[in-house]
Design a protein. Structure first.
Length: 256
């Protein structure tokens, strides 16, 4: 990466310098200027007209891009540009609603993963035929609990894994996912901070050692269970359990 590109990435760079880079730099530099949070909106508007789709996509994903520019980019012929708008946390609801119907699944997935996507749009995307879109809904912290309960029953393991790792997933749903046939999903449940102590106790006896490791690393795991994991046959699990016990002791001392 050249010196000029690194300068373009610098968020403290003076705006007049960024403007110069936007005018006279090559495509790679213009792309970095388009990503820069300090780039003036007028400059972003100009870069949104660039022939290179990577530059336009960078503008589409910039939180500082004005709404009217996002509206234009949302209709761009290149799906990567539309996906950039779809993932922009400042994209207006009306734009997200339109992009949620996009023919390209990557664009719909970007809407599904946007934390500012309204719940009614997430509900529609949760029924998308393509599993990667549903998985993004499952991972979204803004997804309602009731919708997460439904996605926990999805036939695709990646979707269920998204629910298992979501900090918004209720305990009762995590309890059910703790019995999933997929060890990767059980591991996600084991590391979720919403998982109950009782479920962690059960997962501490899982046949798959990585599940037990995640239990040992979870701060909600009881001391009794951690002591059992200190005797685990896998060294990584034993070490993690000992480290968590030590951390809890130090935390207890600091509270006194």
């Amino acid at each position: 990466m050249g010196c000029n590109t690194r300068v373009a990435e610098n968020h403290k760079i003076p705006k007049d310098i960024l403007k110069e880079f936007a005018k006279y730099g090559d495509s790679s530099i213009k792309e970095e200027v388009a990503k820069n949070r300090s780039t003036p909106q007028e400059t972003l508007k100009e870069l949104a007209k660039n022939k290179n789709w990577r530059v336009r996509a960078a503008v589409a994903g910039n939180r500082n891009t004005p709404e009217e520019t996002l509206e234009k980019l949302a209709k761009d012929k290149n799906s990567n540009v539309r996906a950039g708008v779809a993932g922009n946390p400042n994209a207006p609801e009306k734009i997200l609603e339109e992009l949620a119907k996009d023919r390209n699944w990557r664009v719909r997935a970007a809407v599904a993963g946007n934390f500012n996507t309204p719940k009614d749009i997430l509900e529609k995307l949760a029924k998308d035929k393509y599993w990667k879109v549903r998985a993004k809904v499952a991972e979204n912290f803004n997804t309602p609990e009731e919708l997460l309960k439904e996605l926990a029953k999805d036939r695709n393991s990646d979707v269920r894994a998204g629910v298992a790792g979501n900090s918004n997933t209720p305990q009762e749903t995590l309890d059910k996912l703790a019995d999933d046939d997929d060890p990767g999903i059980r591991a996600r449940v084991a590391e979720n901070q919403n998982t109950s102590e009782e479920t962690l106790d059960k997962l501490a006896e899982d046949d798959y050692w990585k599940v037990r490791l995640k239990v040992a690393e979870n701060q909600n795991t009881s001391e009794e269970t951690l002591k059992k994991l200190e005797e685990d046959e896998v060294k990584a699990v034993r070490d993690a359990a000992r480290e968590m016990i030590t951390r809890k002791k130090i935390k207890g001392l600091l509270r006194r």
